[in-house]
Ligand binder design. Structure first.
Ligand SMILES: Nc1ncnc2c1ncn2[C@@H]1O[C@H](COP(=O)(O)OP(=O)(O)OP(=O)(O)O)[C@@H](O)[C@H]1O
Ligand SMILES: [Mg+2]
Length: 494
């Protein structure tokens, strides 16, 4: 067994109304990948923020290479050789990729010379097989590309310990493979890594040990090769969840078309046409950069199209802005909750009712009571973990923030709902809940588009799957044609 790098014991952390860590412990060996799992709000990110000097715990001991440490700032942790890829992106949109990676390292003389940071970034990108221009402004990149830059940044520090807080939530299989290759290389160099993920298959694949937290408490640590996924889930949620599969219906007659998109094009989307039926769940599959989000944003009026028509119930409509789309009954749950989905500084309740605010105003007065009541209902329905509906959204765990977005659009009651990576960062138990809700919506006659990078999610949810590759629509698969190989074939076909 290799040498112990890190040991955390008796870590206590309180937030107003929340006991986030209860005598929590964790350890990490040299050259090990240690997975950290637990439901949304279990305390995973908080524990790692304590380790990296972002949160100061009320009590607890941390030893790093047998020396007691007590980080008071992120900088101190970084100097001690600990690097973190945060769950929420922390990049500066107006800076280039290279500047984001090397910012704050002026003391090394690096920031002074654009060329040297661009060269170093290119080197890093090569290593990670990232095909991006170091001089591209981060604000122009997709969420998944931004995530790759966060990963490149964490790796660039030559740290002893690297923490990955849900690095793969926005990545597709191909990028995940690249990340795992790098992680294996880092392992052989003796780097210890903490790996947080809600994707159980990854945990078996990449980690040596797995530690489970529940409600801020340490539950146990298992050998990843030996432990069964069902047992991990059981440790996480204290109960067994089961998967419900799609059944092929005997009903051959298709319900009417509610949305028809014809020849939709923009700089990222190439002449896409498709139809969405009433009560249908249509999956959008493809690799990163395939143009799925871009297509959704064109339908929602968030970006400018160069050509294309939209028909709702057979009538041509003009969607010039998201406002038009919402008015016409189209909802879009963005993959990027920070930029488009939520007002982080506002309460859970106000975020949930935001698109519907008009309904809570009578004679110019907002009814706080009504808002609280309806918000509480949805908080219970999809199990949002928060001390109250008055809590600010920025204080919720990542997965619970995602649930707030879902609640918001559920309440809006649109006829057509586009879910872009709906379960990103959502734990296994809550995922089943969200799938159930989406299925129920479809059964009640809502028409749904799901964009997902998780193939099992598309396989499980979709009635049909539209596959895209580099902006082009390469296939539409019917229920009996939907399988992993066929999707991958069309997703990589140019
Ligand atoms: N800054 C904060 N202020 C108040 N409460 C917080 C803050 N950060 C986290 N919490 C609370 O602490 C608890 C643990 O949150 P944490 O972010 O560690 O969960 P997590 O395990 O990372 O969940 P997820 O899988 O959703 O990311 C949650 O109840 C959360 O609401
Ligand atoms: Mg988290």
């Amino acid at each position: 067994m290799s040498e112990l790098l890190l040991n955390m014991e008796g870590v206590e952390k309180y937030f107003p109304g929340v006991h986030a860590l209860k005598k929590c412990c964790f350890d990490l060996r040299k050259g090990e990948v240690h997975a950290l799992v637990g439901e949304n709000g279990a305390g995973k990110s908080t524990l790692m923020k304590v380790l990296t000097g972002i949160f100061i715990p009320e009590s607890g001991q941390i030893t790093l290479e047998s020396k007691c440490v007590n980080f008071k700032s992120p900088r101190q942790a970084q100097l001690a050789g600990i690097s973190i890829v945060h769950q929420e992106l922390n990049l500066m949109n107006h800076l280039t990729a290279a500047q984001n990676i090397f910012i704050g390292r002026e003391s090394d003389g690096l920031f002074l010379n654009e060329k040297s940071i661009n060269d170093k970034t290119l080197e890093l990108f090569k290593k990670l097989n990232i095909k991006l221009d170091p001089e591209e402004k981060v604000g122009n990149l997709s969420v998944s590309h931004q995530q790759m830059i966060e990963i490149a940044k964490a790796i660039s520090y030559d740290a002893k310990i690297i923490i990955f807080d849900e690095p793969t939530a926005t990545l597709t299989d191909v990028e995940i493979e690249e990340l795992f290759k790098i992680m294996n290389e880092l392992k052989s160099q003796g780097v210890g890594m903490v790996y947080i993920s809600h994707r159980m298959d990854e945990i078996k694949k990449i980690s040596d040990r797995v530690t489970v937290l529940r409600d801020g408490e340490y539950i146990g640590t298992e050998d990843s090769a030996k432990v069964k996924i069902d047992d991990i889930i059981h440790m996480m949620v204290g109960r067994i969840t089961y998967e419900e599969h799609k059944k092929i219906s005997d009903n051959k007659e298709k319900p009417p078309v509610v949305l028809k998109v014809e020849n939709m094009s923009s700089k990222d989307v190439n002449n896409v046409s498709f139809e969405l039926h009433k009560g249908e769940i249509l999956g959008f599959a493809g690799l990163i950069g395939a143009g799925r989000t871009e297509l959704a944003r064109l339908i929602f009026g968030a970006d400018k199209k160069t050509t294309g028509e939209i028909y709702l119930d057979g009538k041509k409509v003009n969607v010039k802005s998201p406002h038009d789309a919402v008015r016409l009954g189209i909802g879009y749950l963005s993959e990027d909750r920070k930029r488009y989905g939520l007002s982080l500084g506002m309460s859970v309740a106000n975020n949930i009712v935001m698109p519907n605010l008009d309904e809570y105003i009578t004679a110019g007065i907002i009814s706080e009571k009504k808002i609280k009541k309806i918000a509480s209902e949805y908080v219970d329905k999809i199990n949002i973990k928060t001390p109250s509906v008055g809590q600010l959204v920025k204080n919720l765990s990542g997965g619970n923030q995602q649930k707030v977005i879902i609640a918001k659009w559920l309440l809006k009651n649109s006829d057509i709902l586009i879910f872009d990576e709906p379960t990103r960062g959502i734990d296994v138990g809550a995922k089943s809940e969200i799938y159930k809700i989406i299925n129920k919506l479809a059964k009640s006659g809502k028409s749904i588009i799901i964009i997902s990078s998780e193939l099992p999610e598309l396989l499980r949810m979709s009635d049909r799957v539209l596959v895209m590759c580099e902006g082009t629509h390469t296939a539409t698969l019917e229920l009996d044609q939907i399988n992993q190989n066929t999707i991958m074939k069309y997703a990589t076909q140019h």
